[in-house]
Design a protein around this ligand. Sequence first.
Ligand SMILES: Cc1cc2nc3c(=O)[nH]c(=O)nc-3n(C[C@H](O)[C@H](O)[C@H](O)COP(=O)(O)OP(=O)(O)OC[C@H]3O[C@@H](n4cnc5c(N)ncnc54)[C@H](O)[C@@H]3O)c2cc1C
Length: 341
Amino acid sequence: MIQEHVDLQSLNTFGLKASARYFCHADSEPVLNEALRFAQTRDLPLLVIGGGSNLLLREDFSGVVIRMALSGIAHEVRDDDSVCVDAASGENWHDFVAHCLAQGWYGLENLALIPGSVGAAPIQNIGAYGVEAGDFIESVRVLDIATGQQQTLSREACDFGYRDSVFKRSLRGNTLILGVRFRLWRQPQPNIRYAALAESLRGKQPGPQEIFDAVCAIRRSKLPDPAELGNAGSFFKNPVISAAHYARLQQVAHDIPGFVSGDGHSVKVPAAWLIERAGWKGRSVGGAAVYERQALVIVNRDHASAQDVVTLATEIMASVRQQFGVALEPEVQWVPPFSAT
Ligand SMILES: Cc1cc2nc3c(=O)[nH]c(=O)nc-3n(C[C@H](O)[C@H](O)[C@H](O)COP(=O)(O)OP(=O)(O)OC[C@H]3O[C@@H](n4cnc5c(N)ncnc54)[C@H](O)[C@@H]3O)c2cc1C
């Protein structure tokens, strides 16, 4: 069950060349436990992956790569309004969203076509078109890697934020996600507050299926399909800056967009705007390039090396910091981790 010297190029959507010294396709809990024991007894580092769609593999991995492939979906009707749906971590996210829609379990349709696995969804609290996974997550079943103990974390314990959760902070690297429980609606409650979605559905009273279709259509028109052009989605998070900083930037860049927080103290600025204004759209380093249609996405244009991507990303960060005084933070998980210093 433990394989050696496994090529990871097809297991990361960037399509970067890297290999795993040891690899396990964990499609059951016993197999998963065996891989964990294997790593522990040899004191090897561990890398857990799902669909590899949020990863920047910078080098070969010298330890054990575990690909989470646990499967299964179960549900329990709670009341007239809601249903609890348990999905194992290895389920494909988009297929899960489509399955829920087909069953008449609503809420996740705005999150259609996000690549990756169910198990990774809570980690960065995936979000799109006005909805975040955390809005519908009731709890997350986890395994403590060191002790082997399983426990269920409530939504509050997950402490979801913008592309953030406890799994990116105190539980990072020491916890495996085994499954996620969602609480979904049994009656449609369409959410078309997001401007681009509202625009594409103008004049209609869309149901969940129309929203699902519209989201898929918008995403296909804007984002590169990793099967055709390697990428890991948004490379950077949208930075949140102080209202005072934003006001200073408005004096030199009148058209800078921003979304003011509820308390008025901070403003979220689209990273794509900063990158484009800094002149990076379409530019490349080696085989890595900033996507022409969406500056937030770095693509593997032509046999990019991880170093090409790292150099391009680092140059973008330096240039945005220099021009706007804004620190961009990668959304993509770097392995080994990104360090700002
Ligand atoms: C074209 C494209 C579009 C995208 N659009 C969006 C979007 O709209 N919104 C959004 O939020 N994201 C988006 N993403 C990013 C990505 O789809 C999500 O982050 C997704 O949740 C990653 O899932 P994955 O299974 O591929 O995780 P991976 O890339 O395999 O892993 C990501 C991180 O999670 C860890 N991990 C994975 N599974 C587990 C587990 N079971 N237990 C513990 N740790 C685990 C890994 O170690 C790694 O640190 C996009 C990516 C692409 C390529």
